[in-house]
Design a protein around this ligand. Sequence first.
Ligand SMILES: Cc1ncc(C[n+]2csc(CCOP(=O)(O)OP(=O)(O)O)c2C)c(N)n1
Length: 341
Amino acid sequence: MDSSMPSTGDCLALYRSMQRIRAFENAAEAASQGGVSAYGQEAAGAAQVRGPLHLSTGQEAVPAGVCAHLQSSDLLTSTHRGHGHTLAKGADLTRMMCELFGKATGFNGGKGGSMHIADFSVGMLGANGVVAAGLPIAVGAAHAQKLQKKDAITVCFFGDGAINRGPFLESLNWARVYRLPVLFVCEDNRWSATTASGPMTAGEGASARAAAMDIEATQVDGNDVFAVHAAAGQLVEQVRGGSGPRLLHALTYRVKGHVSVDPASYRDPAELAAALDTDPIASARRRILAGDIATASQLAAIEGEALEEVQEALRIAAAAPWPDPGAAYTDVQSTGAGQWI
Ligand SMILES: Cc1ncc(C[n+]2csc(CCOP(=O)(O)OP(=O)(O)O)c2C)c(N)n1
């Protein structure tokens, strides 16, 4: 077996994790268009998911490889592109689909949608529509873990665009000064909405900025799930052991547009074509087969299970009840009184 690969069980678990994320997002995208999924299954009727979705297609190896090392007591903050983080952290796939459908059985009772999904029961503290806003939340959570002398750690996902915002600097500084148990994970997909990140970023990017604050950083091919798994394993172990913060800089690529309704006509088709050659699921499949770790039919079965699970989630979400109209007046804060209603 290729020595850079983990055990058979871990290889297949990573493959399954990526397939579940891909299947979920393909189905959610189809449901948002009222169309047909990439697999030919009908998402009946008009759009069942209202509003555009930020899809992480092509980036699945990063959450799969990192979250494989986490327990449900560990905490995680996410971004606007958070379906993969949420699933890899162990949140319920069907409840996430219900949330996208706006149904009462969703994680936020249908009020949050894709960009506000949270599941505290598995340590998923929330997606976040504000770029870089997850960083200070993660650092606060990690500070609480340290004060409470917990073994748990916090993982903080953010994009390459987020490193050009102030909260990145503030959060890394605070985490280093207090030696907090936090792993920062930069998912560098080379784009910040419609702007290429490279020309907008001074210096060498996330790893160099971490180094400037005395935070050890590792750069990894974020489309190689086995490399992400190995690198994240080392960093998680260090952070759990009391090293203080670490940063993982994962180089990947955003295959779809910024949102599901964005055709991304601003980018060079050759760039996309090159990126598709390094698709993390196809690459993992090739390596698993070449290493005789599993057969093609075993991998097909894993993919089939993921597709079935998602189809069942679509059925449940479609049949689930809408929130009671009265619920619109709950979970709101009276700004004058500072009280939750
Ligand atoms: C503070 C803030 N500024 C601008 C936006 C608009 N916006 C949403 S996503 C995005 C790009 C973020 O790029 P990156 O952090 O690399 O994440 P990616 O979308 O590539 O996953 C921008 C500018 C926002 N949501 N929040």
